[in-house]
Every structure is written in structure tokens, then in C-alpha cells.
Design a protein around this ligand. Structure first.
Ligand SMILES: CC(C)(COP(=O)(O)OP(=O)(O)OC[C@H]1O[C@@H](n2cnc3c(N)ncnc32)[C@H](O)[C@@H]1OP(=O)(O)O)[C@@H](O)C(=O)NCCC(=O)NCCS
Length: 398
């Protein structure tokens, strides 16, 4: 098998749904991100790209028309480069990466582009969804399983020791880490500025994430309403928002990357997806991580950096709790996460990877890291990566 490497990954600034990118097409955001990725990797021979896989949870309109192929053409890739679309809801871009990685590992591909896009302003969650009545009639799932906020409330029910206060404190930490990372210029270097056209404000350029709320305090968080259940515990402050954005990454076989002199930001070790009860979909990263670690012959103690998608604070807490990791462990989401910067569904998997890659650069003493996320209808996905800059011996964050 060929080893698979992450050459580079970038993203657009994320916007609040239908705000920053109101009037900007989803495919235009994605195409700019793909162009930006190619521009900062001029050594990539475009005609040698074997495939393009782009994820979107909603695949209609400006996210339809086989966006994998149509975005490849719009991004100016040679017409000989094929493309396809992929969907695993929130883990779309993660699945684009793992699917392409499988093809690279077996030797069919040497170079590929993965990506994800979601314009939740243009495509509200659940748009055109037509769940089979059997789900509810045959009690295959509880109605809660179809509303992500309710699944998060269910996790609070399941783990009462993971209180709302702990969820709010976690959310505050995410905002603070993101604010610090912005202050140090850590996040900006992987953002591709995107031209925007607002029907009222005219033309502009999106350069920074719109959702972060650096001024958040515990007091404000404590006072927010709970939209999913009266007197619930999930609030707009401890959940990811509804967002617009896109991500893209270059994957290669290690041999091809070395032959072309391409940078190597992370080496793929293994991955796994797993299912849980759909009513507690946020618990998915627990079994997917157990499975991926077993496949890799590693334990959680070998993992020096973790990028856990923050769909909801409670969902991250339940993951950390299972693995006996403290809520504020410095290995976790070093630059904050989706609670602060947003979660444009199918795009987020690659945001986790680019953050992990930056973490690897900063922490050569760390050997392994994971990216993991929960997925609607009860799934989790975990990808284990090795740090190409590893020089230490302990494998832990110094
Ligand atoms: C939680 C959710 C319903 C909130 O939606 P929303 O009402 O559009 O959220 P807003 O950003 O407008 O926030 C609502 C209020 O909380 C306030 N607020 C939110 N976060 C805050 C923070 N960190 N600090 C202070 N105030 C905050 C806002 O200012 C707003 O106040 P206002 O009503 O006085 O203007 C929505 O973001 C959601 O569904 N998130 C989950 C998305 C999801 O399921 N993704 C898939 C995961 S699998």
C-alpha cells in the first residue's frame, strides 16, 4: 500500500448563514478556495490530478450539478481531470479525504483534491429532505434523531454529570482560543479571501470569520435561551451556528509528493467510521475513535493533538469524558473550534485537518494526532494522522 499524505489544506472565511455570503453562490466560494489552494502550490502539475471529490450535504442548485466535476471545471483544472460529489452530511469533506486516500493507498491515484462546501443560507438544514415515514412509524428512530439540537439535549440527558455549566465553560474556552489564535495570526494564514457580492452593500472581500464572539462571558452564556427544549441545556452559545463556507485540500501518495517536492503537512495513518443510536448522534466520535485506534495499533495515550468538531459542546465533552481527557486539555482544539468559527456542515472535516497540520508544525514533539467529528443519523468519523515534523520521543505536547 502507498502511504497517503496531506500536502496542503485551506478554507474560506466562514460566515453566518446568509449574512457575509448573502448574494454569493456556494460554488463561487468553493471555486475561489480551490483556486487559492492551487495558487499557493504552484508545483502541483494540474494535469496529473487523478480526481476531485467535493462534499455538500445539500446537493441542489449552486451545490448541485455534480459539484465535484463542475467546480473542477470552474476552478480552471484541465478538463481531463474528473470530479465527483460526496455526501456524509457533516463528515462530507472528511469522507472525501478518506475515499480519495483509499484510492491513493491502493495505487489507483497519486494526486487528488478533496473539498467541501455548505451555504446554509442558500440551503437551510433539512431543505428538501423527505424522511421515509417508516423511520417514525416503525420506531426506527425517535423524532429527536432528526433534529440535531435535540440529539445534543439527549446527550445531556444521558450524561447528567456533563452539566450546562461545563458545556458553557467549554464554549467560552473555544471562543478564547480562537480569539488568541486570531491575535497571533494563526488562523488567517489558511484563509483564502473570497470576493463577495451583497445585494445591498455591493462588492467586497471576505477575509475573516464572521461568527466568533470574542467578548463572550460565562454570565452571557448562562442567560441564553435554549431553543431546542424548554429549560434545556443547549444554547446558541454552546452550539455551532448555521454557517456558510468551503474547504479544500491536496492529497498525494508519499512517493509522488517527494518526487514533485511538495510539502507534507500530515501523514494518514488510518481512519474509521462507526454508528451509534441516531438519537445521540453526537456520541459517534467515541466508537469511531476506538475503532480507528485499534486499526492503527495505537491507544488514546499515543495521541498528542486532537481536533474534535464542535457541533455542540456536550458532544465534545462526552467524547473527552469517555477517554478521561480533561475539558480544557491543551491537546484539544488548540485554535478553538466550530463553536467559535462555525460549522458549514460538509466543509468542516478539512478545517479540522488544516488546524491539526498547523498543530503538528508547532509541536514536533507530537507524533500522532486525530481529527474526529459526529455525523447526523448517528455516526462518527475519525482520521489518525502522523506528524511529518516529529523529532521528539515522548509523543506528548510539551
Ligand atoms: C442554536 C441555533 C438554533 C441558534 O440559532 P440562531 O438563533 O440563529 O443563533 P444566533 O446566532 O442568532 O443567536 C441567538 C441569540 O444568542 C446570542 N448569542 C449566541 N451566541 C452567543 C455568544 N457566544 N455570546 C453571546 N450571545 C450569543 C445572539 O446574540 C442572539 O441574540 P439575539 O437573539 O438577542 O440577537 C443554531 O445555531 C443551530 O441550530 N445550531 C446547530 C447547528 C447544527 O445542528 N449543526 C449540525 C450539527 S450536527
Amino acid at each position: 500500500m502507498n502511504r497517503v499524505v496531506l500536502v496542503d489544506a485551506v478554507r474560506s472565511p466562514f460566515g453566518k448563514a446568509g449574512s457575509l455570503y448573502q448574494g454569493t453562490r456556494a460554488d463561487d466560494i468553493l471555486v475561489r478556495v480551490m483556486r487559492g489552494l492551487l495558487e499557493r502550490n504552484p508545483g502541483l502539475p494540474l494535469a496529473q490530478i487523478d480526481d476531485v471529490a467535493i462534499a455538500a450535504a445539500s446537493q441542489t442548485g449552486d451545490q448541485g450539478m455534480n459539484i465535484g466535476r463542475s467546480a473542477a471545471i470552474l476552478a480552471g483544472l484541465p478538463k481531463s481531470v474528473p470530479g465527483y460529489s460526496i455526501d456524509r452530511w457533516c463528515a462530507g469533506a472528511m469522507t472525501a479525504v478518506t475515499t480519495l486516500a483509499g484510492a491513493i493507498a491502493m495505487g489507483s491515484y497519486d494526486l487528488a483534491i478533496a473539498g467541501g462546501v455548505e451555504h446554509m443560507g442558500n440551503h437551510p438544514m433539512g431543505e428538501l429532505m423527505d424522511p421515509n415515514p417508516r423511520y417514525l412509524a416503525e420506531k426506527l428512530v425517535d423524532p429527536d434523531a432528526l433534529a440535531m439540537g435535540n440529539t445534543a439535549e439527549r446527550l445531556h440527558d444521558k450524561f447528567p454529570h456533563l452539566t450546562k455549566e461545563r458545556a458553557d465553560a467549554y464554549a467560552l474556552g473555544s471562543q478564547r482560543k480562537t480569539a488568541d489564535a486570531y491575535a497571533q495570526g494563526e488562523i488567517q494564514r489558511d484563509l483564502i479571501p473570497v470576493a463577495i457580492r451583497n445585494p445591498e452593500l455591493g462588492y467586497g472581500v471576505a477575509t475573516t470569520d464572521e461568527p466568533p464572539r470574542p467578548g463572550t462571558t460565562m454570565e452571557v452564556l448562562a442567560g441564553l435561551k435554549t431553543p431546542f427544549r424548554p429549560a434545556g441545556r443547549v444554547t446558541p452559545g454552546n452550539a455551532a451556528g448555521l454557517n456558510d463556507g468551503a474547504t479544500a485540500a491536496i492529497l498525494a501518495s508519499e512517493g509522488k509528493a517527494k518526487e514533485l517536492g511538495l510539502p507534507i503537512k500530515a501523514i494518514l495513518v488510518n481512519f474509521a467510521f462507526a454508528g451509534v443510536e441516531p438519537e445521540i448522534m453526537g456520541y459517534g466520535p467515541v466508537p469511531s475513535t476506538i475503532k480507528a485506534l485499534a486499526k492503527a495499533g495505537l491507544t488514546i495515550d499515543d495521541i498528542g493533538l486532537l481536533e474534535v468538531n464542535e457541533a455542540f459542546a456536550i458532544q465534545v465533552l462526552s467524547f473527552l469524558d469517555y477517554f478521561s481527557i480533561a475539558d480544557d486539555d491543551p491537546r484539544v482544539n488548540i485554535h478553538g473550534g466550530a463553536i467559535a468559527v462555525g460549522h458549514p456542515l460538509a466543509s468542516s472535516g478539512i478545517r479540522l485537518m488544516l488546524n491539526l497540520a498547523r498543530g503538528f508544525e508547532k509541536h514536533p514533539e507530537v507524533r500522532y494526532g486525530i481529527t474526529t467529528m459526529c455525523i447526523g443519523l448517528g455516526m462518527g468519523g475519525t482520521v489518525i494522522w502522523e506528524n511529518p515534523h516529529f523529532v521528539g520521543s515522548t509523543g506528548k505536547v510539551a
